[in-house]
Design a protein around this ligand. Structure first.
Ligand code: NOS
Length: 287
């Protein structure tokens, strides 16, 4: 076999048991912070921060705008765990390694995964600073055989051939529109399709044009493998993209995507998104 199954069920359990020994509650929600969105963790109360290097078997995050620690605590009285810093394929990790924290969070007991990302806006109606609820994805890397579930299947997590339908919880998406207004996203939020590419190059103009034709609304380098692993183990997902840059589809344009601008765009929306995520958590707590 080409896959080395670095993360056996036993190893993931070991990681989860270590983390359980540090906390006195069961987290109900897991949150993954996108590029520049690490401050989503700031509203967590009674914080317990666990740096990635301290966690057995955990990868390390290497990207600017992604610090590396798990933050445990409460938002709106809901016990949760937040990943401040995620892992990307372009850092050199295989997809199953990028997504392994999702299985660890499942073993910790979470019942919902909230995923956020910074992304390029392909849909011509999207502007920088807009939020798009993800209703579905195109697993482009999967077209080429790259999938976090590749290799022997672990039945204790889920089936060999999982359906991906309904991965992005429809009930929460329906509610999120209202919650967004309350959080100060006056124009509301879009709903659309996300695609993940391997990176680290941003897309070419020809690639952006192709993605548009494929019906993709936002593009980034994360999320899809995390959601696949979540759906496989039966975890509902609420996910959104923050449009941090407009994907260039025009050869006349002088605009180039730059990571510093991605971070700046994310920073300027942090407060609003913090409120938005809090609103989602409050709704989950009540329902
Ligand atoms: N990101 C993007 N990835 C692809 N294309 C984009 O236009 C784009 N905008 C933001 C790079 O700046 C980091 O932010 C996301 C990627 O996931 C990457 O981690």
């Amino acid at each position: 076999l080409e896959t080395n199954n670095e993360y056996s069920y036993e190893k993931l359990t070991q990681t989860a048991e270590y983390l359980k020994s540090l906390i006195s509650f069961t987290p109900q929600i897991g949150i993954i912070c996108g590029s520049g969105l690490g401050s989503l963790a700031d509203s967590i109360q009674q914080k317990i921060e666990v740096p990635y290097p301290q966690i057995p078997n955990f990868p390390q995050s290497t990207v600017k705008g992604h610090s590396g620690c798990l933050v445990f605590g409460y938002i709106a009285t809901v016990p949760l765990v937040c990943m401040k810093g995620r892992f990307h394929y372009y850092e050199g990790y295989p997809l199953e390694k990028c997504a392994m924290p999702v299985r660890v969070m499942k073993l910790l007991g979470i019942e919902l995964l909230i995923v956020t990302n910074a992304a390029g806006g392909l849909n011509p109606n999207y502007k920088v600073g807009d939020v798009m609820l993800i209703k579905d994805h195109v697993n482009l890397m999967g077209f080429a055989g790259c999938n976090p579930l590749r290799g022997p299947n672990e039945e204790r997590f889920g089936p060999r051939f999982p359906s991906m339908n309904g991965a992005y919880d429809p009930r929460l998406r329906a509610e999120a529109q209202k919650i967004a207004q309350g959080a100060g996203l006056a124009k509301g939020v879009h709903e659309g399709v996300y695609a993940c590419l391997g990176g680290p190059c941003y897309e070419t103009i020809a690639e952006n044009r192709l993605l548009r034709q494929l019906g993709v609304d936002t593009v980034g380098m994360s999320t899809v493998h995390e959601v696949i692993v979540a759906k496989h183990c039966g975890l509902p997902v609420f996910a959104f993209s923050l449009v941090t840059n407009e994907s260039v589809c025009d050869y006349e344009s002088k605009v180039e995507p730059k990571h510093d601008e991605v971070i700046d765009a994310a920073k300027s929306m942090e407060a609003v998104l913090q409120k938005f995520v809090q609103g989602i958590i409050e709704f989950v707590a009540k329902n």
